[in-house]
Design a protein around this ligand. Structure first.
Ligand code: DX5
Ligand code: ZN
Length: 210
């Protein structure tokens, strides 16, 4: 089974409830929320208050992708707001274990993400400590970018070194074709923003990723 997590970065921010219901009814498993701070990445999106509001309008797990500096300072707030999975970037912290442990104290899932230029080897010490690894297949910051196939190869290496139940998620430029490549390498969760939300048949798009 592949966990499909539509990214609301490509939804209409004035109609988030409507756009979440649309993917919920079309078979989405999680809702991917991209949090950007204008420092770790060159874009600013949404934060804690929006997660809190989204929690009231969906029963799907909120898969919160933190593209921010000092994520350790915001774990408590995002957990209280209703995040079910909190993923931070390896590049943004000095002690990943500390941040994972902090997330775990909130009884939610913890994930670590790597940017395209970060080698997958750096994650080896953490594979049995986290619930999820997120492999970025674009430079984080914006939706609608082109899939970097070299980055997808990292999935194969990580899957070989991880237990079967580790969730390996991929994010960036995912569509039916690139999603298939990632699944063949061993990914079991796909994030897709523009492919799903720009599609004229959203259910067919989600089905094609599954
Ligand atoms: C990019 C975000 C992604 C983004 C993906 O930094 O992390 O989640 O929404 O968008 P697409 O699927 O359009 O590449
Ligand atoms: Zn994301």
């Amino acid at each position: 089974m592949t966990i499909i997590s539509p990214s609301i970065l490509s939804a209409d921010f004035a109609n988030l409830e409507r756009d979440i219901k649309i993917v919920e009814n079309a078979g989405a498993d999680w809702i991917h929320v991209d949090v950007m701070d204008g420092h770790f990445v060159p874009n600013i999106t949404i934060g804690v208050p929006v997660v809190k509001s989204l929690k009231k309008v969906t029963t799907l797990p909120l898969d919160v992708h933190l593209m921010i500096e000092n994520p350790q300072n915001y774990i408590d707030a995002f957990a209280r707001a209703g995040a079910d999975i909190l993923t931070f970037h390896y590049e943004a912290v000095s002690d990943p274990v500390k941040v994972v442990d902090l997330i775990k104290t909130k009884n939610i899932k913890a994930g670590i993400s790597i940017k395209p230029k970060t080698s997958p080897e750096v994650l080896l010490p953490y594979l049995n400590k986290v619930d999820m690894i997120l492999v970025m297949t674009v430079e984080p910051g914006f939706g609608g970018q082109e899939f970097m196939s070299d980055c997808a190869k990292k999935i194969e290496y990580l899957r070989k070194n991880a237990s079967e139940d580790l969730i390996i998620q991929v994010d960036g430029g995912i569509n039916a074709q690139t999603g298939k490549i990632c699944k063949d390498y061993g990914a079991n969760s796909l994030v897709a923003g523009s492919y799903i939300y720009n599609s004229s048949d959203i259910k067919a798009a989600i089905d094609s990723l599954k």
